[in-house]
Design a protein around this ligand. Structure first.
Ligand code: F6P
Length: 322
């Protein structure tokens, strides 16, 4: 292998730049040329592909977002789009790819490599923590810390005015952001897509907590909860408990930004170099991840299976929120 391409795709996540830096410098260390593909699959189709040097990734380890930019490409979902992308890579003689992104990115790479047999290794760049094959995805730690900081601030006003707050966090179909910020923020209730919630039971628990002399409450709602979003849930609960004041806050895209935490920078560096070394040793159709502090490579099919929520953490939150 002489030339590899690297790109970031889908929702950006803090630490993508640190990962890119490790990919570029790791490849150069092994004497491999690296091409940065701008705006993910879109740039692959539009031939927005440029050779990178070690200096191109100077001073980016601490920056949120991605200097390569990112996009969600509809065209790449078509065979014709993937064919165009392949021709562009072939013209540049790129013979391996490193894809930094989440489940959409890996799903795209799977289809691409099945059609065009180009070797690739994925690196899990997403705040959602929704992939198997790694304990944590790059950006998750920063996102939960950002959300937690916001929840702490909301708790101050909730406590002062004696209110309940429904706080919506991101995570698409995965409740990990909600669960971890719920535990860290001392939430009374978390609502997760993986758990079938019952509105009457939620109302009953809140009523019990108020009877137990709680004067403020935090309910963290994962955006993918099947009972509805925080706004809808807040409305329903307000109707059932009219005596207590509730407010709703959606933390939104602040969760995707900001300088990556130390944990995310280290993880991103390890996975970036691991992706290069995996590709060079002949691995393909895998994602590099870290399980119990060990670098591992897991098949893309396995990584894309729904990730199980940690029931032990849910049990703990319930015990500690009385
Ligand atoms: O996958 C990352 C993520 O932030 C999800 O948590 C969220 O559902 C989605 O992206 C939002 O996407 P967009 O920024 O395109 O609205």
């Amino acid at each position: 292998m002489k030339k590899i391409g690297v790109f970031t795709s889908g929702g950006d996540s803090p630490g993508m730049n640190a990962c890119l830096r490790a990919v570029v410098r790791g490849a150069l260390y092994y004497g491999i040329e690296v091409y940065g593909i701008h705006r993910g699959y879109r740039g692959m189709i539009e031939n927005d592909i440029h050779k990178m040097t070690s200096r191109d990734v100077s001073n980016i380890i601490q920056r949120g977002g991605t200097i390569l930019k990112t996009a969600r490409s509809q065209r790449f979902m078509t065979k014709e789009g993937r064919e165009k992308a392949y021709q562009n890579l072939k013209n540049l003689e790129i013979d391996g790819l490193i894809a930094i992104g989440g489940n959409g990115t890996l799903t795209g790479m799977k289809a691409f490599s099945e059609e065009h047999k180009i070797p690739f290794v994925g690196a899990p760049g997403t705040i959602d923590n929704d992939l198997n094959g790694t304990d944590y995805t790059i950006g998750f730690d920063t996102a939960i810390n950002t959300a937690l900081e916001a929840i702490d601030k909301i708790r101050d006003t909730a406590d002062s005015l004696e209110r309940g707050f429904f706080i919506e966090v991101m995570g698409r179909h995965c409740g990990d952001i909600a669960l971890l910020t719920g535990i860290g923020g001392g939430a009374e209730i978390v609502m997760l897509p993986e758990i079938v919630d019952d509105l009457d039971e939620i109302v009953e628990s809140i009523t019990q907590m108020l009877a137990n002399k709680k004067t403020s409450l935090i309910v963290v709602v994962a955006e993918g909860d099947e009972l509805g979003n925080a706004e809808e849930l807040g409305e329903k609960v307000k109707e059932k408990i009219p005596k207590f004041k509730f407010r709703v806050t959606n933390l939104g895209h602040i969760q995707r930004g900001g300088s990556p935490t130390a944990a995310d920078r280290v993880l991103a560096s390890q996975l970036g170099l691991g992706a290069v070394e995996g590709l060079l040793s002949g691995k393909t159709n895998v994602m590099v991840g870290q399980l119990k502090r060990k670098l591992v490579y897991t098949s893309i099919d396995e990584c894309l299976k729904p990730r199980k929520i940690d029931n032990e953490l849910i049990r703990m939150l319930r015990i500690l929120s009385i």
